[in-house]
Each structure stands twice: as structure tokens, then as C-alpha cells.
Design a protein around this ligand. Structure first.
Ligand code: ADP
Ligand code: MG
Length: 245
């Protein structure tokens, strides 16, 4: 990669991994979930991570997002070196840089849609509480703001979680199988929201099982046995609306 390319990955939303390993457990029980991963992602790209179950996709997202420490190698996100950081520092990093979207939404069941987003604005001290209704409107939930998660469909819950992820103005959104629990039509509308977030300038790193979803990516990362097997570039990503699975 060129000097310029290397420099790019240190800008807000950029990702640079060198020799990253993550071993769970010790001795006979040790599992190398990540095993020497090198990866460069310039800021502002839509990246799709593909790979069989157990290949390390979730672990990759978790070490990039500072949810879990890597056990080897160097990780730099938005120019911030994560290696060797104390858990408290990683919390600060996550709040400033990362938005998370999970397969099963991870909303607080006792809070309304609006409150689920507001609580993150309050906790992180980022974003504007007054902007929350507009954000929920932009993900199509204008008339569902005061509903609790149990009163919302899966697709609506995932929209709340996307609003929550965007509320802190992250440079990078990490989405782990965000359509995995949704039917195709609903999943496509969720993909469209992530694509919109990307088109407005945020990096998105999304894990999926659906090979066809990779068509919307600028870059496709193939994982196998804890390693990045191949990275493909896609010069003309498709619209989320045109994808099916
Ligand atoms: P994927 O998301 O691609 O299915 P994961 O990153 O979840 O893969 O897991 C990669 C490997 O690490 C698997 O072998 C899995 O069993 C193992 N693993 C993941 N999390 C843990 C954990 N907390 N403790 C022990 N092993 C784990
Ligand atoms: Mg996974």
C-alpha cells in the first residue's frame, strides 16, 4: 500500500490492523479466534465482512470497537492506538468513535424507543438530546417514539438501534449481522439505512452471512479460521434496494 494509503487509515473512521491475534482461554482449551490479521480500511467506506460461522467475524468487530482487547498485534482506529489501553480508556474511545448495531438489537426493554437513544446521548455526553426525535423520524419511527421495544417489530427495533448508533456522531459504525434476525424485506430497509449513514460520510463495517449483501460494499473482507483470506474492492457498489437474499 502507498504511503498515502497508510496515512488515510489513521483519519477519523479509518482502521489499520497489523498482525492482530485474539486467543481465548489457555493451554489445551486455547482458541485462536483471530490469527495474524492485517487489514487497512480508509475512512468512509462501506465494508462487508464475510466468512463461515466461527471464522472470527464477531471477534474482529469486537477488537476494532474496543469491546475486547486483542492478545497480539496492533490496532489503530481513527488514528487511536488501542493496543495496551486500559479498559477505562477504551470506554472513552468507544463513546467518541464507534456506533454499534447488533443482530438482536440489544435495546433496554424498560425504556421507550426515544429513551433508548436519549440514554446513550446522556451517558456519552455526545450528540444532542433535542436531536433525538428527528433522528428517530429519519429512520422511519416518527409514530413509534414512545413505544417500548416489546411493542415494536424486529425491523423497528433495529431502526431504533441504528438511531442509537448514530446519535453520538461516530466515525465508524460496526454492525454484526444486523439483518440476521429479520425477514428479507425488513432486512433490506435496514441495509438501506446503513448505506445512507455511509453515504453521509460514516465508515460502516458490517458482518453478514448473506453473500449477496456484499454487493453494496466498497470493500469485501473474506475471513477463514481467524484470518483475512482476501479483500476485494468493488468500484460500483449496488443500492441496498437492489439486493436480495
Ligand atoms: P463468527 O462471528 O465468525 O461466527 P466468532 O468471532 O464469534 O466467529 O468466534 C471465533 C472463534 O472464537 C470460534 O471458534 C468461537 O468459538 C471462539 N470464541 C468466540 N468468543 C469466545 C469466547 N468468549 N470464549 C471462547 N471462545 C470464543
Ligand atoms: Mg458472529
Amino acid at each position: 500500500m502507498s504511503q498515502e494509503g497508510q496515512h488515510e487509515t489513521t483519519r477519523r473512521g479509518g482502521v489499520r490492523l497489523r498482525g492482530v491475534g485474539k486467543t481465548y482461554g489457555t493451554g489445551e482449551a486455547a482458541v485462536d479466534a483471530l490469527d495474524g490479521v492485517d487489514l487497512d480500511v480508509p475512512p468512509g467506506e462501506m465494508v462487508v465482512v464475510l466468512g463461515p460461522s466461527g471464522s472470527g467475524k464477531t471477534t474482529l468487530l469486537n477488537v476494532i470497537g474496543g469491546i475486547e482487547p486483542a492478545t497480539a498485534g496492533d490496532i489503530r482506529v481513527s488514528g487511536v492506538e488501542l493496543t495496551g489501553r486500559a479498559p477505562r480508556e477504551l470506554v472513552g474511545f468507544r463513546r467518541e468513535q464507534i456506533g454499534f448495531v447488533f443482530q438482536f438489537f440489544n435495546l433496554v426493554p424498560t425504556l421507550t424507543a426515544r429513551e433508548n437513544v436519549e440514554v446513550i446521548v446522556e451517558l456519552t455526553g455526545r450528540g444532542d438530546r433535542r436531536a433525538v426525535p428527528g433522528l428517530l423520524e429519519s429512520v422511519g419511527l416518527a409514530d413509534r417514539m414512545d413505544h417500548f421495544p416489546a411493542q415494536l417489530s424486529g425491523g423497528q427495533q433495529q431502526r431504533v438501534s441504528i438511531a442509537r448508533a448514530l446519535a453520538t456522531d461516530p466515525g465508524l459504525v460496526l454492525a454484526d449481522e444486523p439483518t440476521g434476525a429479520l425477514d428479507v424485506a425488513t432486512g433490506k430497509s435496514v441495509l438501506a439505512l446503513l448505506q445512507e449513514a455511509n453515504r453521509s460520510g460514516r465508515g460502516v463495517l458490517m458482518v453478514t452471512h448473506n453473500v449477496s449483501v456484499a454487493r453494496i460494499a466498497h470493500r469485501v473482507v473474506h475471513m477463514h479460521d481467524g484470518r483475512v483470506d482476501a479483500v476485494e474492492r468493488n468500484e460500483s457498489p449496488a443500492d441496498a434496494a437492489s439486493v436480495s437474499w
